[in-house]
Design a protein around this ligand. Structure first.
Ligand code: AOF
Ligand code: ZN
Length: 375
């Protein structure tokens, strides 16, 4: 990938699994599917544990409606696009629908999208990827075809599969998607032990904040709090929504952190949790997640199941090095964002167990270092 200028859009694309296909560089079905993906991107960080499905309705090469799913229990992307068309005074009859994920055919918290598309008179449905939810899994496509609607699947299939990978993992395993982010020096270290090191230049912090916005929870170990005293809040400048909850989770198994740590300070919509294994003295205003002990800490797998039960579809792990190593060695990481500075951080080198099967998918170079995304 060539050098990228780190605009908010580029940061958001990298944080959501991109770069994504550019509609301006595409034609035909692929162009409209790229537009549907752009709609879907608006739902990341909001729709979990549901997929942020994007949809555009097209008539004679013109977009007449667009929509995205942004909250479990709210209407799906297809319904939002149909409503958008209506609001614009457009009739969906005879139009084409481009959807990043196969339309659902079940009664869940909402009604089936297949029915809405049929009733709206949509003539053709173009789908990025099948929905592996056992209640759908090809059933949506079959129902549409049985109604005489032309169906095409697999358009920008690789991109749509990548985009919905967090949902696919959740539906298959019940676990949230885990993204690890670390900023290292050129020597592969996080800096001297017990000392805070600023290897991340300000413009790369933007990427770190995009990653927080794309997640519903952030997890750090006790040492990170002791050394850096971060707030761990989501401060991404794009507007949020009242229903978004961003949980800050601190692994402080024995309750050793002091009450003055900045992370405990309450922030609206961003609850703090302390993962504990015993029964340490409570921390004011902080809820404890009681987890089974494992090794020298707690069971990270149990933590992930707890977070999934809270509706978290994407978890960001921000360190430190020991926690990152534990997540990696237990095979719990799905995506690794590594910023490697051009300057040494002058600490012990981390030997991270990076799975051999991971391919370098995206990388971007800035004057002071390189951002790499592995999956
Ligand atoms: C779609 N369009 O925008 C989404 C879909 O409980 P419900 O009714 O919200 O259904 C959730 C399931 O629907 C979810 O597990 C997934 O299989 C599918 N998500 N389908 O046609 C959408 N978000
Ligand atoms: Zn649906």
């Amino acid at each position: 990938m060539p050098d990228l200028e780190l605009t908010p859009e580029v940061a958001w694309a990298l944080a959501t699994g991109g770069p994504w296909p550019n509609p301006a560089e595409l034609e035909g079905d692929a162009r409209f599917m790229a537009l549907a993906l752009q709609e879907g991107l608006k739902g990341v960080g909001f729709a979990s544990p549901n997929p942020p499905v994007g949809c555009v309705l097209v008539r004679e090469g013109r977009v007449i409606g667009a929509g995205v799913h942004t909250r479990a229990g709210d209407p799906h992307g297809e319904i939002m696009a149909l409503r958008d068309a209506e609001a614009r005074g457009e009739d969906p009859k005879g139009s084409e629908a481009f959807v990043t994920l196969e339309p659902c055919c079940h009664h869940g918290r909402t009604g089936p999208c297949t029915l809405a598309l049929i009733q709206g008179g949509v003539a053709r449905v173009v789908v990025g990827v099948r929905d592996p939810n056992p209640r759908v899994d090809g059933g949506g496509l079959a129902i549409l075809r049985a109604q005489g609607i032309a169906v095409k699947e697999g358009v920008l299939g690789e991109a749509c599969t990548r985009f919905h990978a967090p949902f696919f993992k959740y539906i298959r395993t019940g676990l949230p998607w885990v993204t690890l982010k670390l900023a290292l020096g050129s020597d592969g270290s996080l800096g001297p032990v017990g000392q805070t090191t600023k290897v991340t230049p300000p413009y790369v912090q933007r990427l770190a904040h995009a990653l927080r916005r794309a997640s519903e929870a952030v997890v750090v170990g006790r040492h990170t709090i002791e050394v850096d005293d971060p707030q761990l809040t989501d401060r991404w400048p794009a507007p949020s929504a009242p229903h978004r909850s961003f949980s800050r989770v601190i692994l402080d198994e024995d309750g050793q952190l002091p009450a003055i740590a900045r992370v405990w300070a309450p922030v609206a919509g961003q609850p703090v949790f302390r993962a504990v294994t015993g029964d340490p003295v409570p921390q004011r205003g902080v809820e404890d997640l009681h987890l089974p002990p494992e090794g020298r800490g707690c069971s990270l797998r149990h933590l992930l199941y707890e977070l999934a039960a809270m509706g978290v579809g994407r978890v960001l792990v921000e360190g430190g090095g020991t926690l990152a190593g534990s997540f990696l060695s237990q095979g719990l990481v799905d995506e690794f964002h590594r910023f490697q500075s051009d300057l040494p951080a002058l600490g012990p080198s981390l030997n991270l167990p990076i799975p051999a099967a991971w391919l370098l998918r995206a990388s971007a170079r800035w004057p002071t270092g390189r951002w790499e995304v592995w999956r």
